[in-house]
Design a protein around this ligand. Structure first.
Ligand SMILES: *Cc1c(COP(=O)(O)O)cnc(C)c1O
Length: 349
């Protein structure tokens, strides 16, 4: 009965299959681009009778310092995913407006748009990377939000910040350019955050889920100038960040933790190079899309190799890309975890 009450866009939704939504059993988890490094946090919570600060000042200040921005340019969200949803809720009118995305790319842009009945202008990564700015802007048409995942998940490709700046300039007054920097810690010199100095229509999405090793905390940040953020601050829930989350985020952003994160990033970047060497020497692998980020995406000569790995407890993320279902994304784990990948790759079929 209640089904008949659903709006059409909701009735037609397919549940987002996240890396964690399928009940998989395994011992080596390389499917969600998580960090292999778990950190312990100690909390002493005696004030949970009170509502939390809507935007905890210590966390905002710490992140602003880390991102080299002012506190007014930082909004804390429940993961970058909430940032994506908030931008659409704030800037797009349901049933009327559209967003532009460059596929293959992160799946949540489509999920958020579909749930809010926002149309999607699906363009390709190769257009973004290879076409000139005027051609890209012509293809973007009337889209209000243009999502650039940089580095792009799952291809690892990078859009130069000079191109992001040129796009923002040309779209000024017409659209916002949203740069999703979930993996920027793996290539910090590529960040578009410094562009906020010159552009009112750029927003940057950040997260503590990847390099900061806190996927379980559900914390992200939306970085933009005050004018862009002001309406988003009206749309966000009144108390989005729990007291416990704020306390952990504060610890995760202190100087020592940031230094530790950077050390881990350099280890993971080295592990990625070793993995790429292994992959390029493997007859099982026909193509490698390797770029920035803590993952490598590859095409297998035979899709059944994925099942073999799963049976051995090594869980990686299968993908359909460019109309073919034999792609796999491997998150960069610890040396021991990558050893499991090596054993699988070198096993005779
Ligand atoms: C993982 C990921 C996110 C989601 O981050 P959360 O902060 O965990 O919500 C956003 N964008 C991209 C491209 C990602 O890969």
């Amino acid at each position: 009965m209640s089904k008949s009450l659903l709006p059409k866009n909701i009735a037609e939704l397919k549940a987002y299959s996240s890396a964690k939504s399928e009940k998989l059993t395994g011992t080596t988890w390389l499917n969600a681009n998580e960090s292999p490094y778990a950190k312990e946090f100690k909390l002493s919570l005696g004030n949970l009778n009170r509502y939390p600060e809507p935007q905890p000042e210590y966390v905002i200040d710490a992140y602003a310092k880390y991102a080299q921005l002012n506190a007014e340019q930082v909004l804390m969200t429940r993961g970058a995913d909430e940032g994506i949803e908030l931008l659409m809720r704030t800037y797009c009118e349901s049933g009327k407006d559209s967003i532009a995305i460059f596929t293959p790319t992160y799946g949540m842009y489509k999920v958020s748009a579909d749930t809010q009945n926002i149309a999607i202008n699906e363009l390709s990564q190769s257009l973004l990377l290879n076409a000139d700015v005027s051609e890209i802007c012509a293809s973007i048409g009337g889209a209000k939000l243009v999502f650039i995942c940089n580095p792009n998940n799952p291809t690892g490709s990078l859009t130069p910040t000079s191109k992001i700046a040129a796009l923002a300039k040309s779209l000024s007054g017409k659209a916002l350019v949203i740069v999703d920097e979930a993996y920027i810690e793996f290539c910090p010199e590529q960040s578009a955050a410094p562009l906020l100095q010159d552009f009112e229509n750029i927003a940057v999405l950040r997260t503590l889920s990847k390099a900061f090793a806190l996927a379980g905390l559900r914390t992200g940040f939306l970085l933009a100038n005050t004018e862009l953020l002001a309406p988003v601050r009206k749309v966000i829930a009144p108390y989005p960040v729990s007291t416990a989350v704020a306390m952990i985020a504060e610890q995760a952003l202190n100087t020592d933790s940031v230094t530790q994160m950077r050390r881990q990033v350099s280890i993971l970047n080295r592990n990625k190079d070793s993995l790429k060497t292994l992959l390029s020497n493997s007859p099982k692998v026909t193509q490698i899309l390797s770029g920035e980020g803590n993952f490598v995406t590859l095409q297998l000569s035979d899709r059944s190799f994925i099942e073999t790995a799963m049976q051995q407890g090594t869980i990686m993320r299968p993908f359909s890309l460019y109309g073919e279902d034999n792609w796999l994304r491997i998150s960069i784990g610890s040396e021991q975890e990558l050893e499991q990948v090596r054993l699988w790759l070198e096993q005779p079929e």
